[in-house]
Write a new protein. Structure first.
Length: 315
C-alpha cells in the first residue's frame, strides 16, 4: 500500500492491522485515530489520500464484472428463492426481507445463520453469524431443530452464532458501532437485524418526529452498508408492513414500513406473504441486479425448503 506523504511506519502499522486502500477510504478519522492511535489530522489525511488514490484508478466494467462474480452468496435453502436472488443472499449489500406477521422472515434469518457456516461448495461462506434481535424472538431451540434435520454439528452451529439484543434504537446504534472489531475477531460473514423496523416504529411516533426518525434510519442504514462493503459480509434486515389504502402494489393492500428514505437503501428488497399451509411466496420487488420475480417456498420443521414435508399436507 502506498500513500504519498504519509509516514512509512504508519502505513506499515495500518497494513498490519489489516487495512487496505479500500477499507481506509471508507473508514472514519475518529475510528482510525481511536483504534490505531493515529493523530486525528493525520488520520484525516490518510483517508483523503486513500480516497483520492482509488478515485484516479477507475475500474473497467469488465473488472467490475470480475469482482462481482467473486462475491459470496449464502443459500436460503430454497433453490427457487436462491434463483430469484441470483444465487442467494449476497455479500457487500443490504437485503431487506419485508412481510407480515408469521410470513417467515425470522425463519429465513435463522436458516441463513446456519447456512453461512457451511463450506462454499454447499452454499455457505465458511463464516459465522451475528444476529441483532430487537423483538426477542431469537430461538436457539429452533436453530437446533433446523440444524439437526440437516445432520450438522449442532453445538458448533450454536457456538458460531453471536446475538446482540437491542432494546431500543440507541442500543441498536451502539451494537452496530461495536461491530467493526467484532466482525473481524469472530469471522462474521452474515449480519442479521431482526427486525430493523420495530423500535423506529414504536419510539418515533407522530408527524413531528418523522424527520428525526428518517435521519436516524438513514444513519443506521448507511452504517450497515459500510459494514457490508468494508468487511465483505452479507447484511439481512427484516422490515414490517403497513396498510396501504391507496395502492395495491404487492399483491396485498400492504407495503413495507419505514417509508421513502429507507426504500432506496437495500440493494435487494424481498416481500414475503403467507400462502396455503406452510407455503410462502417471496417477491423480489426492487433489485439493482435481478428482474422482479416470485418464488414459492416452504417453512417447515426442517426450516426453509423447496418442498413441504408429507406431514405439511395435512395441516
Ligand atoms: N418449529 C417449526 N416447525 C414448523 N414451522 C415453524 C416452526 N417454527 C416456526 N414455523 C413457521 O414459521 C412461522 C413463523 O415465521 P416467522 O419467521 O417467525 O415470522 P415473522 O415473519 O413474523 O418473523 C410460523 O407461523 C410457522 O408457520
Ligand atoms: Mg419475526
Amino acid at each position: 500500500m502506498q500513500l504519498r506523504g504519509i509516514d512509512k511506519d504508519i502505513i506499515a502499522k495500518l497494513e498490519e492491522a489489516g487495512y487496505t486502500l479500500e477499507s481506509l477510504a471508507i473508514s472514519s478519522s475518529e475510528e482510525l485515530s481511536d483504534k490505531e492511535d493515529i493523530e486525528s489530522e493525520i488520520a484525516k489525511k490518510i483517508i483523503e489520500k486513500a480516497q483520492a488514490s482509488l478515485g484516479i484508478q477507475p475500474i473497467s466494467a469488465m473488472k467490475f464484472l470480475e469482482l462481482e462474480s467473486k462475491r459470496g452468496r449464502i443459500t436460503t435453502s430454497s433453490n427457487e428463492l436462491d434463483s430469484v436472488l441470483g444465487g442467494g443472499i449476497w455479500t457487500q449489500e443490504l437485503t431487506e426481507i419485508a412481510g407480515g406477521f408469521g410470513s417467515g422472515k425470522t425463519q429465513l434469518c435463522f436458516q441463513l445463520c446456519i447456512n453461512v457456516q457451511l463450506p462454499e461448495d454447499e452454499g455457505g461462506l465458511n463464516g459465522n453469524a451475528f444476529f441483532i434481535d430487537t423483538e426477542r424472538t431469537f430461538s436457539p431451540r429452533r436453530i437446533v431443530e433446523m440444524a439437526s434435520y440437516r445432520e450438522l454439528d449442532v453445538e458448533k452451529i450454536l457456538n458460531n452464532i453471536y446475538i446482540g439484543s437491542a432494546l431500543n434504537t440507541n442500543h441498536l446504534f451502539s451494537i452496530i458501532e461495536q461491530l467493526d472489531s467484532i466482525i473481524e475477531e469472530k469471522n462474521i460473514r452474515l449480519l442479521v437485524v431482526d427486525s430493523f423496523a420495530s423500535h423506529f416504529r414504536s419510539e418515533y411516533i407522530g408527524k413531528k418526529r418523522l424527520v428525526e426518525r428518517q435521519q436516524r434510519i438513514m444513519q443506521i442504514a448507511e452504517k450497515l452498508i459500510v459494514l457490508a462493503v468494508k468487511h465483505d459480509i452479507a447484511v439481512a434486515v427484516t422490515n414490517q408492513i403497513i396498510a396501504n389504502v391507496d395502492e395495491f402494489l404487492f399483491g396485498s393492500p400492504e407495503e413495507p414500513a419505514l417509508g421513502f428514505a429507507w426504500a432506496h437503501r437495500p440493494q435487494q428488497r424481498l416481500f414475503f406473504r403467507k400462502s396455503r399451509g406452510s407455503s410462502r411466496i417471496a417477491r423480489l420487488f426492487d433489485s439493482s441486479r435481478m428482474p422482479e420475480r416470485e418464488a414459492l417456498f416452504y417453512v417447515t420443521e426442517r426450516g426453509i425448503t423447496d418442498a413441504p414435508l408429507p406431514s405439511d399436507f395435512y395441516e
